[in-house]
Design a protein around this ligand. Structure first.
Ligand SMILES: Nc1ncnc2c1ncn2[C@@H]1O[C@H](COP(=O)(O)OP(=O)(O)OP(=O)(O)O)[C@@H](O)[C@H]1O
Ligand SMILES: [Mg+2]
Length: 512
């Protein structure tokens, strides 16, 4: 009886104690590192880890579970692997990789993890989004119907880009690919288009130059720069465009128009090839893995023009690709050409002969932008024809053949088109400036101006835009084509402004 009471007493008190006891344990799934190679890590002991799950390593280092086998996981590291050793603990996080998004990022330079690298302090973000998100469904999308002005005469007139379009910029190294992208960003200063510039695998000095240019021109006020430098791990370079796209998508889903530049996807493909080979995935053509097409198509499919029901925002993508020895039929360029809605090809030959931007009009195309082009550009629609006729005839003229008057005229006119399509970098033009210059050109007003005087004549037009009635300039931006009357009025004023640059015609000789 005594023993019974004692037991009851003890257990009763134990029960009471346990009732209010808060267990401070949270289950953790922990595995360990079995091998470390450049940029990737092999991990064992995490049977529950899912595909693309974020895994945590010591030293606040993260990795993405990428190759999941029965006994082992191949992980892409998102940082330096120098501190890792075999046997180190690895922890599951139960979430996929995400980045901060929202207005707090505007004007900032960040790495693909969303951490600031511009020395301007922490970013007060309120929301994060996964870096890999499914593209919007077909029924959520609207046709491309609003132009995205680049401010470059040659692009806006001949290879127009629409908001929501994907237009590839490709060319050999140092042909002005980045310059076209930066000019396009600068030209959005009054267009309410937010810009994301994603630098992948570039030299830090090249990125610094871009950021300095954007800052000097006030473009950082509406731009986010996402940087994975050349010396960053392959994992960071690989996730950079996806992270940048999630940042852009967040703005698009708020109904805003967004422009994203991927500079460049050749480096992206190379870093993915490096990771795949280290993960022992079977190599295919040019040693790229089998899913190299998919990594770019799923990225670029996220750019679109959303329908009214989804607030009507748009994401325009300008991916950049570097070709080797002008080979646009290499593996990555052909993949990207087939994924995008057109391409702007930059020729090193044109670049070397000083024709800048070095756009090869014959090899460039815009498959959807024409529908979005402002109607005012229709008045200069014969520019492309005039230019291609000239290019054809030009090769004959090189042989020194005697040319008939008409051919000579076409060549003279063509030379002026070429001169007039030249444009310095960091000097984008407004739509009215472009139309007035190009209309003067196609109507032959510049044919009597010496080639070397063309830049001066063009400058005279641009600097005296107020000589044109304000109503007329406004009508150039409207959604109606220019009337014949307006066209005549433009040409009359333009003719007067250009007159001082025309070649002086010899006064007729009088014989006494
Ligand atoms: N329209 C232009 N007018 C004058 N200079 C230009 C123009 N476009 C480009 N450049 C000059 O040409 C050089 C190469 O331009 P850019 O860096 O844009 O080429 P890229 O093709 O992006 O080069 P990379 O292959 O190194 O990335 C730069 O020095 C730039 O200043
Ligand atoms: Mg470049």
């Amino acid at each position: 009886m005594l023993l019974n009471d004692l037991l009851k007493n003890t257990f009763g008190r134990l029960e009471e104690g346990v009732k209010d006891f808060d267990f401070p344990f949270v289950p953790r799934e922990v595995g360990y590192v079995t091998g470390v190679a450049t940029g990737i890590v092999k991990v064992s002991g995490l049977p529950g880890a899912g595909f693309e799950e974020l895994l945590k390593f010591p030293g606040n280092l993260f990795g993405i579970a990428y190759n999941i086998d029965k006994d082992e996981i191949g992980v892409i590291l998102l940082g330096e692997d120098t501190l890792l050793n075999a046997g180190d603990e690895v922890e599951r996080t139960g979430r996929v990789m995400d980045v901060p998004v929202g207005d707090a990022l505007i004007g900032r330079v960040i790495n693909p993890l969303g951490e600031p690298i511009d020395g301007k302090g922490t970013i007060a973000y309120t929301e994060r989004l996964p870096i890999e998100r499914p593209a919007h469904a077909i029924m959520d999308r609207s046709p491309v119907n609003t132009p995205l002005q680049t401010g470059l005469k040659v692009v806006d007139a001949l290879i127009p880009i629409g908001r929501g379009q994907r237009e590839l910029i490709l060319g050999d190294r140092q042909t002005g690919k980045t310059a076209i992208a930066i000019d396009t960003i600068l030209n959005q200063h009054d267009k309410k288009v937010l810009c994301i510039y994603c630098a992948i695998g570039q030299r830090a000095s090249a990125v610094a130059k871009v950021v300095a240019n954007l800052e000097a021109k006030g473009a950082m006020e509406y731009t986010v720069v996402v940087v994975a430098e050349g010396n960053n791990s392959a994992g960071l370079k690989y996730i950079a465009p996806y992270a940048a796209t999630s940042i852009a998508e967040h703005f698009m889903e708020q109904g805003k128009d967004v422009l994203i530049i991927y500079d460049d996807l050749t480096e992206h493909a190379r870093s993915y090839r490096e990771l795949s080979l280290l993960l022992k995935r079977p190599p295919g053509r040019e040693a790229f893995p089998g899913d190299i097409f998919y990594i770019h198509s799923r990225l670029l499919e996220r750019s679109t023009h959303l329908g009214k029901a989804l607030k009507g925002g748009s994401l325009t993508a300008l991916p950049i690709i570097e070709t080797e020895a002008q080979d646009i039929s290499a593996y990555i360029p052909t993949n990207l050409i087939s994924i995008t809605d057109g391409q702007i090809y930059l020729s090193p030959t044109l670049f070397e002969s000083g024709i800048l931007p070095a756009v090869d009009v014959g090899k460039s195309v815009s498959r959807v932008g024409g529908n979005a082009q402002l109607p005012a550009f229709r008045t200069i629609s014969d520019l492309k024809l005039q230019y291609s006729q000239f290019e054809e005839l030009e090769s004959f003229a090189r042989f020194g053949t005697r040319l008939d008057e008409n051919t000579q005229k076409t060549i003279n006119h063509g030379n002026r088109i070429r001169e007039c399509l030249k444009q310095n970098e960091l000097c984008p033009l407004s739509v009215s400036e472009e139309i007035i210059v190009l209309l003067s050109l196609t109507s032959g007003l510049l044919d009597d101006v010496a080639i070397e005087k063309i830049p001066d004549a063009e400058q005279a037009l641009i600097s005296q835009m107020n000589a044109f009635p304000a109503e007329l300039l406004k009508s150039l931006l409207s959604d109606k084509p220019i009337t014949d009357q307006d066209k005549a009025a433009v040409l009359k004023t333009a003719g007067e402004l250009i007159a001082p640059f025309k070649k002086k015609t010899e006064p007729p000789q009088t014989t006494s």
